[in-house]
Design a protein around this ligand. Structure first.
Ligand SMILES: Nc1ncnc2c1ncn2[C@@H]1O[C@H](COP(=O)(O)OP(=O)(O)OP(=O)(O)O)[C@@H](O)[C@H]1O
Length: 824
């Protein structure tokens, strides 16, 4: 919409005036109605006469649309009649050097391809055009490769000898080149179309003709060459086709740059090439994931002609005398609207591109019509799609334009048909400038050809005359014939001397003839010798050439064998590659399967781990709770026991105090303690003051550094140190020590019962003069536990108190010490 609203560029005045002065021809539009495919419905098209149809809707009261065409062909009209009426004149024009564009337009399944290509039994335009062309030009066909495409839509001429050489090279080369389109092209495709073999009368016998075909398709607004070499990838698989660019040649004709133009010398060869293109099209569609009816296909038939030279052997090599004309046969993609296709994704994009290219065609034609009607000179946007860009030259007057609108009469197609006929009606109003260039070209070619012919004839006559005069010039007479003389008298002095002189003359002439005969004889002999010598030389050369040919033939055979070997190797390698690729695919599948399994097992493990962690935490909490409970109960039990013990001690104290009064001796307690007790026994360090250190810190706020090696195990003694260290370290650093005033080292060892004994070694930190620290250990507290069962067992094995072990004694001593202390 935006584009449409933009102000459009004006054409230069010159161009416009040229157009207005030029003679024009209308775009001829024909309608072809195919047979109905749905029987139980009415047809939406009624053929009124040769040029008119009515488009009727399903309802009786619906509007009837009348449409006029150049000619209407009903369903029963044969392909031959259609060709004779539409395309035959275009082939005539082609031979006369005029370009032509013939395209079929309509919705899918309306018969476009049927009309353009047809079947073997009912050939369409394409085979008929080719057939007519070859029927007409066969007798005056140039040798293959005499015309050579110059790559810019033109042609050059080479001599017969050069063409022959090229032919030989091409016949040998394809066997040496890898399998590609050019080799495949030589496959014998046996297409026998049922044709009537019509012919044109416009062929110039003084010219030689060659036919070239190119076949392209426009898909998604890209142009693809259907006859180009098939490029292979490293795995020898055909690569997807590459799109081509459009260019304009010197004569302002648009062409596909770099497209393959195949020279064909017969209808069969042309059909084979076309078939090859169809095959390529099918493969390309598979590679591009396209549908054949969703692309526009264009077959270009190019006819090249040039006059013979005066000798009648080669063609005149003047480039300006080469005339190349072309007939473009176009099978457009279905014109149905996007909504109708019901497509999505790739198909929707295709439909969009088709619609946009056909829409651009419509817009260009509309603009052309507007310009012609109102004398406007708006720029026509041919470049908006490849289709219109390629046909630009036709619409600008470089040839005839004809369109066959294909209509499907099924009632369901009514709406689509309405769009098609509207387009057709609009197209009919477009006038295309009539190009006279081809006529000028043709006249100059004709003139040259006639000149060459005249010269040829003149030369022949001259040669003939020259030969005759040479022959006549040589006088081989002995002299004038004898006059009728009679000697009547022996003394006839007139007749006899006259006869004698005549005879002498004759003798002289005879000797001169003899001399000249001898001379010519020797000349002839010399020439003959030279001739035979030359002949021998030629024969020698021929033998050399034959030898050479034999050697080359052997080489070719050898190379062919090598090529075959390489091809078979290649096949093996391709097969191996395929196997490897298959294996690779399988392995990749296995790998991805294993990866997914690994992933799932990893997630399982993670889930399990978190579950276990949860369970451990739960169990830990439970165990801790249980332990706490038990510790509390043991503590309660122990307190009770302690109370009992204290009670006993109190009693013992009473006994002792009564004993002191009566018997002042210390008695050992005979009552063994049933339970072991944790003891925090202060062990005096030799030389250190005991009592003050035994008590907790004497400073008000001692700064305790606890050195707790990482191997320290928590024991569950009831008496625990009351010191609350300010800092706890596993390995103290000088800095840690510097910051502390007190030092507490925890040391653990195993006693002989296998119980853990914890010693708390206390020290004081002094700062030395040199700036260091010194720790002086002053106190040791020992924490240890005794298993009562072990003590019981020991005690039971002991028979008397005297036999109690020193350990036990020490424990008693300990109790006594406690008692003493308590007493103190
Ligand atoms: N006039 C006709 N007479 C007999 N058969 C026809 C006629 N027109 C079309 N057909 C048949 O109808 C079928 C579809 O026709 P065709 O392929 O030519 O349609 P199309 O318009 O080219 O479709 P697409 O856009 O898909 O290429 C073919 O089988 C063809 O043989």
């Amino acid at each position: 919409l935006n584009k449409a609203m933009k102000p459009q560029r004006k054409l230069p005045r010159k161009f416009n005036s040229q157009l207005s002065n030029a003679q024009t021809d209308p775009v001829e539009v024909f309608a072809r109605i195919r047979n109905k495919t749905v029987d139980n419905q009415d047809a939406c098209i009624q053929v009124i006469n040769d040029t008119t149809i009515h488009l009727v809707g399903a309802n009786a009261d619906s509007k009837v649309t009348e449409c006029q065409f150049s000619r209407v062909f009903a369903a029963e009209v044969s392909q031959k009649l259609l060709f004779d009426s539409v395309a035959q004149s275009m082939v005539d024009d082609l031979i006369r050097g005029k370009n032509g564009l013939l395209f079929t337009y309509g919705v899918t399944s309306s018969g476009k391809t049927y009309t353009m290509t047809g079947s073997l039994e009912e050939p369409g335009f394409l085979p008929r055009c080719l057939d007519m062309l070859f029927n007409s030009t066969k007798p005056v066909q140039a040798s293959k490769y005499v015309f050579v495409p110059d790559g810019m839509n033109g042609f050059c001429v080479q001599s017969e000898a050069e063409a022959l050489l090229e032919k030989q090279e091409r016949e040998i080369l394809p066997q040496l080149t890898p399998k590609n389109a050019s080799r495949m092209r030589h496959r014998n495709v046996d297409l026998r179309y049922d044709l009537e073999h019509c012919q044109s009368e416009n062929v110039n016998p003084e010219c030689r003709y060659s036919v070239f075909v190119s076949y392209v398709e426009i898909y998604n607004d890209y142009v693809y060459d259907l006859l180009g070499e098939v490029q292979l990838d490293p795995f020898q698989r055909p690569k997807p086709p590459q799109s081509k660019r459009l260019r304009e040649d010197k004569k302002k004709n648009m062409f596909v740059y770099g497209v393959s133009q195949i020279e064909v010398t017969s209808t069969e060869e042309a059909f084979a090439v076309f078939q090859q293109g169809q095959e390529r099209r099918r493969i390309a569609h598979t590679q591009l994931n396209a549908e054949s009816s969703r692309s526009h296909s264009i077959l270009n038939i190019r006819l090249v002609q040039a006059p013979l030279d005066p000798l009648g052997e080669d063609l005149l090599q003047e480039k300006s005398l080469i005339c190349a004309s072309q007939l473009s046969l176009v099978d457009l993609a279905g014109s149905e609207r996007m909504t109708r296709t019901g497509a999505g994704g790739e198909r929707l994009r295709e439909a969009g591109n088709i619609n946009s290219s056909l829409m651009t065609l419509r817009r260009c034609l509309e603009q052309l019509r507007e310009n012609q009607k109102g004398g406007g000179n708006e720029m026509i946007k041919y470049r908006n799609s490849k289709l219109t860009h390629l046909f630009k030259s036709y619409f600008e007057g470089h040839g005839t334009v004809k369109m066959v609108v294909c209509l499907n009469p099924n009632m369901a197609e009514h709406d689509e048909n309405l769009h098609v006929v509207q387009f057709a009606e609009m197209a009919q109003q477009v006038e295309v400038a009539r190009s006279e260039d081809f006529r000028v070209d043709r006249e100059s070619i004709k003139k040259k050809a006639l000149e060459a012919k005249a010269k040829r004839e003149e030369d022949r006559k001259k040669q003939l005359n020259d030969g005759e005069s040479d022959w006549e010039a040589t006088d081989y007479c002995l002299g004038p014939s004898f006059p009728n003389l009679e000697v009547v008298d022996s003394a006839d002095n007139r007749t006899i001397p006259f006869l004698i002189s005549m005879l002498e003359n004759r003798i002289e002439n005879m000797s001169s003839i003899k001399r000249s005969a001898k001379h010519f004889g020797s000349l002839f002999r010399t020439n003959l010798n030279a001739g035979s010598q030359h002949d021998q030389e030629l024969q020698q050369k021929l033998r050399d050439c034959e030898n050479d040919l034999g050697l080359k033939g052997k080489e070719v055979n050898k190379m062919e064998r090598q090529v075959k070997k390489l091809e078979s190797k290649n096949q093996v390698l391709t097969r191996t590659t395929q196997v490897f690729e298959k294996e690779k695919k399988q392995l990749q599948e296995q790998l991805s399967e294993a990866e997914s399994q690994l992933k799932s097992s990893l997630s399982d493990t993670r889930r399990l781990e978190s579950k276990i962690k949860g369970a451990v935490a739960n169990t830990k909490a439970h165990v801790e709770k249980e332990c706490d409970k038990r510790v509390r109960s043991v503590q309660a039990e122990m307190q009770e026991k302690m109370w009992v013990k204290d009670e006993r001690l109190r009693q013992l104290k009473n006994i002792i105090s009564t004993g002191r009064e009566g018997r002042p001796t210390t008695r050992r307690c005979q009552t063994p303690l049933k339970q072991p007790i944790s003891s925090a026994t202060p062990t005096p360090v030799p030389g250190a003051p005991i009592a003050p250190k035994h008590r907790r810190s004497c400073s008000n706020n001692p700064n305790w550094l606890a050195h707790l090696p990482s191997s320290t195990i928590q024991t569950e003694t009831i008496l625990q140190p009351a010191i609350r260290p300010n800092r706890v370290v596993n390995v103290p650093s000088p800095k840690d020590v510097a910051g502390a005033s007190k030092y507490l080292l925890t040391h653990q060892s195993e006693d002989k019962d296998g119980e853990i004994e914890t010693q708390l070694v206390k020290g004081e930190v002094f700062h030395t003069r040199s700036g260091g620290q010194q720790v002086q250990f002053v106190d040791i507290e020992t924490l240890k536990q005794h298993d009562p069962k072990k003590i019981d067992r020991k005690r039971r094995s002991t028979t008397s108190v005297d036999e109690v072990s020193a350990d036990e004694q020490s424990s008693w001593t300990d109790v006594e010490t406690r008692v003493n202390i308590n007493l103190d």
